[in-house]
Design a protein around this ligand. Sequence first.
Ligand SMILES: Cc1cc2nc3c(=O)[nH]c(=O)nc-3n(C[C@H](O)[C@H](O)[C@H](O)COP(=O)(O)O)c2cc1C
Length: 348
Amino acid sequence: MNQTEERKREHVQISLKENVSGHHNYWDDVHLIHNALPEINEKDINLSSHLFGKKLRAPLIISGMTGGYSEGKKINGRLASVASQFQIGMGVGSQRAALENQKLIETYSIIKNYDVPLKIANIGASQMVLWDKKQILENADKMVKMIDADVLAVCLNFLQEAIQPEGEAQAKGCLETIDMLSREFGRPIIVKESGAGISGKIAHQLKKTKVCGIDVGGAGGTSFSAVEYYRAKIKGDAHNMRAGQTFWDWGIPTPTCILEVGKATNWDLPIIATGGIRHGLDIAKSLVLGASAAGMAHALLKPALKDKKSLELELDVIMRELQIAMFLVGVDTVEKLSTVEVKYGHTD
Ligand SMILES: Cc1cc2nc3c(=O)[nH]c(=O)nc-3n(C[C@H](O)[C@H](O)[C@H](O)COP(=O)(O)O)c2cc1C
């Protein structure tokens, strides 16, 4: 196993064994106002929605997490199997490993075996800036074909790159690269943060490109700084443990990102709300704030590693919770959630 594969394995293992969440989950600050007279019947609630021209049975994406090492194939296979069963979207983790080593392609391409309605390819922006224009367009094509993707996500993960000892904290030229790719690739591109969030100011810059959506990937859920803290701890590396601890809660809360990004883009671009989504009620909250869909990573990782049955049960209950939340605020379609009354702010 080379260094990249080993790191990917460690990320998954640490995320499962340790508490790598931010110290505060900002979805707890979002309060939907109860409707005592919902005037709908729960059985008539319709969870279906559309994203990037694809029909989903519920507004949910399994966020890109893995691939690029042997166990990644098993995890991506299980996730794809339930994404197909529940007809929800799914992303894979960064496909860089498979570009470097063809033997790893199957750890991602396994998702092609399933009827996943929306498949999202993934590459880190910090890797893309190292390539020339020809390589960027060729590699983007390879990654999309590898999983038969509908959309390619360019991942912004500079918190992780800065904290991890082998990280590549090279951000110069990223916006220009995203702009070029969004205009010349000919397939939909989205930009995705991975836990530190996207502000209104950055969304305003992205709006000038041709990206077709923003996954805000905000703070409050999985913290890559926390993951790196534990990686450093295992290695007895006090220096990096300290940095991991200092930046543990770095980032913009996911609910704030949705409001800022929506305002900065005139709500023209679909927003995916990833970061700290734990259950169906959090999904409902994110849609009330204006997201088009929610993304879940960590909450699905544990059941995915256990077995397929656990994953099915988890998704079943998530759908049920979303339906209950919609009933209690009195809306029978996902679109109507954006009209629901909400209070946002820390209360204790
Ligand atoms: C083990 C693990 C690996 C991840 N790898 C990637 C990745 O390769 N590319 C990416 O864009 N995001 C990656 N993410 C970030 C997730 O897609 C998501 O943005 C983040 O975990 C926040 O969601 P959560 O709070 O539901 O976990 C990873 C997350 C986890 C837990």
